[in-house]
Write a protein that binds this ligand. Structure first.
Ligand code: SF4
Length: 731
């Protein structure tokens, strides 16, 4: 029975899904020990709004599939990874009768890991036994192979405190900077370009600031699916007069709200924005004063732009030259213009160049540092901003302080009381490669990541996971990656612990414990500390707030923030006076964060994607997310409502491409690339361009990353998830 609200306990927290970080309140029935419902809570960023994931997607935490005891692999039980060799699995997109939400949910939801098949290869262990084994094996590998033999993947779903402790453990416990997380798969290239251009990887303004813009460019993003509540602010701004220019290869629903929709060919962003900037320069719509006083290297940029008249840009992008001119005029004449971008910009081998163009577009028109202007990469996971801020990246300590700068390193050595590795560590993509090389990474600590489904070229990832001498996975479910583990440690969902999370706007918010963890599961920060102590580190943290205090003391950007002054709505950083102010919305009003205070303009030449379509693989594959699901589906596919709305994997295909192949809506097909093949259903979609298709990567039984290419951007080291060549054919 659902009790009236007055009989329920209200716990204020923050949504665990996307980077929008909506504030919500859980209404908890203490008698049942369960959440009854969630509702949006007032906060400047979300204003009480929630999307379907925030409102209904929390029940996964009560799944009977939760891991509740530590598990140790039985010796020589089966070759590691054998069960995942056929990642298409038995589901193959078909719904078995017992896969319906609510039916037999304890054992076999469609497409997820088959617990009955995998669990017999593990035995239950005590925490002491499991932790001792983890510490011993990682130490042995470290002793034999040196610091470079160890690596850690942290998680953007964990709190800031957990991200901070995890990177501190890898750095101080194993003497290596081989620590990274899924930022490498989402906005690493944006961060690389922003650092180089404006000296900060964070957004220069909030998504709510769109209300102050005359014009907004939304590009490489499907915000209605991926940042739903931010998308509602964009649509609301348009109603009030802001012009929306939507630029994307897919005609996602936001295209229906756009004043100008530009459906460019995938992988042609640099040519498009160079064409737009060429026209802005030609029309004299640049801000000469801003360029002179606030930027450097404009002349070199202008020389590059001279080679991209709209006619040439049109040839490359497939957008007609008049539309390029219209975009240039609309943007150039705006009093205030802002750009929001997603992974359609970043997930390319030219991702950094794509972002450089957006930085140049804003800065040469003076559109940074005032209300309604600026640069905003819409961050993906709920805490990818915070995890990056906290140092969960191989080249930076907390607050993006370089590991290779002597003075910085010495400061952290003093703070952490140990010598630190002066070399940059390996990124996620480089770690996977390194495992397959002699003298590479041999032992890994995986906290809440599922690279088996999330990383490109699954076959290679499988080989890497199988080749590891020792893998410890800390998670809440038996994920596809956990199948390869030697030890599995049962962790806590965000509902079962306290912590802070930083959203895409730079808003640091508190998530509060709602329920107790199931069985023997422990909070992630507790487990990290347990391992740290066993490898000889003298850690004595009593609470997340203690960790937050230590972290903030090392992070100038978070200065003045304290556990107890974040309030019910969180605070934006930087923040000079959190007791009285929500924090800084608009950054860079007087100077950029670069050493000389100027924005550095970096010209980019258009380069084609790495694998172009040909006769054998004639279609371009784009991968991404659906509104109802989240990343590798381990949470949302165990949520009753979300799984019911979106239960099967589909390939989205243009009607003509489908007709050419004799395919009907709902038909079962094979999609293959040079790296693998999957089987799933066809969805005829008017949102795709001719010659392009789209597959979400949430589904194990049709793992999109079996198809993707593992080529990476040279600066951000991000893979090209948005472009590879495939064929779709009837079975
Ligand atoms: Fe959660 Fe993002 Fe939806 Fe907000 S928009 S409720 S943060 S998934």
């Amino acid at each position: 029975p659902i009790r009236p609200r007055a009989e329920l306990e209200q716990v204020e927290s923050v949504c665990p899904y996307c980077g929008v970080g909506c504030a919500l309140t859980y209404n908890v029935d203490r008698e049942r020990g369960a959440i009854s419902f969630a509702e949006g809570r007032d906060q400047p960023g979300s204003q009480g709004r929630l999307c379907v994931k925030g409102r209904y997607g929390w029940d996964y935490a009560a799944s009977p599939q939760r891991l509740t005891v530590p598990l140790i692999r039985r010796e020589k039980s089966y070759p590691k990874g054998a069960l995942s060799a056929d990642v298409r699995g038995e589901g193959n997109g078909k719904r078995r009768k017992d896969d319906r939400p609510g039916k037999d949910r304890g054992r076999k939801p469609g497409g997820l890991v088959d617990y009955d098949e995998v669990l017999p290869h593990f035995r239950e262990a005590t925490w002491d036994e499991a932790l001792d084994l983890v510490a011993r094996r990682l130490r042995e590998i470290h002793t034999a192979g040196g610091p470079g033999a160890i690596a850690g993947f942290g998680s953007a779903k964990c709190s800031n405190e957990e991200a901070y402790l995890f990177q501190k453990l890898i750095r101080t416990g194993f003497g290596t900077n081989n620590v990274d997380h899924c930022t490498r798969l989402c906005h690493a290239s944006s961060v690389a370009a922003l650092f180089e251009g404006v000296g900060s990887g964070a957004v220069s303004t909030t998504y709510g600031d769109v209300a102050n813009a005359d014009v907004v460019i939304i590009t490489g993003s499907n915000p209605t699916a991926n940042h739903p509540v931010a998308s509602s602010f964009f649509k609301q701004a348009r109603r009030r007069g802001t012009k929306i220019i939507y630029i994307d290869p897919r005609a996602s629903t936001v295209a229906e709200h756009a004043d100008i929709f530009v459906q460019l060919k995938p992988g042609t962003d640099v040519a498009f924005y160079n064409g737009v900037m060429h026209e802005i320069v030609r029309l004299g719509l640049i801000d000469r004063e801003f360029i002179a006083n606030r930027t450097s290297n404009y002349d070199e940029l202008a020389r590059t732009l001279a080679d991209y008249p709209p006619e040439r840009a049109a040839q490359i992008t497939g957008v007609d030259a008049d539309t390029i001119r219209e975009v240039a005029r609309t943007w150039g004449e705006a009093g205030a213009a802002v750009v929001y971008w997603g992974m359609g910009i970043s997930q390319h081998t030219t991702g950094t160049d794509n972002a450089r163009c957006l930085i140049a577009l804003c800065t040469i028109t003076g559109n940074v540092g005032r209300p309604g202007t600026g640069l905003h990469p819409l961050r993906g996971q709920n805490n990818v901003q915070g995890a990056s801020d906290a140092g969960l990246i191989p080249m930076f300590y907390p607050d993006y302080q370089g590991v290779d700068a002597d003075a910085t390193r010495e400061r952290f050595e003093r703070a952490w009381g140990t010598a630190l590795d002066p070399k940059r560590g390996l990124t996620v993509t480089e770690i996977v490669k390194s495992v397959l090389e002699p003298g590479g990474v041999r032992g890994m600590y995986m906290l809440g990541e599922n690279p088996f489904l999330s990383d490109p070229n699954t076959t290679k990832v499988r080989k890497a996971l199988s080749a590891l001498e020792f893998l410890v996975v800390q998670d809440i479910f038996l994920t596809e990656t956990a199948e390869f583990a030697d030890v599995i440690l049962p962790a806590s969902s965000y509902l079962e612990k306290d912590g802070t999370y930083t959203n895409t706007d730079r808003r640091v918010q508190r998530g509060r414990k709602v329920l107790d963890p199931p069985g023997q599961a422990r909070a992630d920060w507790v487990i990290v500390q347990d391992i740290a102590r066993r490898i000889g580190l003298d850690w004595r943290y009593e609470s997340p707030s203690e960790v937050f205090d230590e972290m903030v003391a090392l992070m100038p950007s978070y200065a003045n923030l304290r556990w107890d002054n974040l309030g019910p709505s969180g605070k934006l950083y930087p923040n000079a006076d959190p007791e009285h102010s929500d924090g800084t919305v608009v950054m860079f009003d007087e100077r950029f964060n670069t050493d000389d205070g100027l924005a550095h303009l970096v010209p980019a030449e258009w380069l084609p994607p790495k694998e172009l379509p040909d006769a054998e693989y004639p279609l371009v594959l784009n991968t991404g997310r659906l509104l109802e699901h989240w990343h590798t589906g381990s949470m949302t596919r165990r949520s009753y409502a979300l799984d019911a709305i979106s239960p099967v994997a589909e390939v989205y295909l243009h009607p003509k491409d489908a007709a050419e192949r004799g395919l009907a809506h709902g038909q079962r097909v094979r999609v293959r690339s040079r790296r693998g093949e999957i089987e799933l259903l066809v969805r005829i979609s008017h949102r795709e361009q001719l010659g392009n298709c789209f597959i979400p990567f949430h589904f194990r039984e049709a793992a999109a990353n079996l198809l993707t290419i593992d080529e990476i951007d040279p600066y951000g080291k991000i893979p090209e998830f948005k472009f590879c060549a495939v064929q779709v054919e009837a079975l």
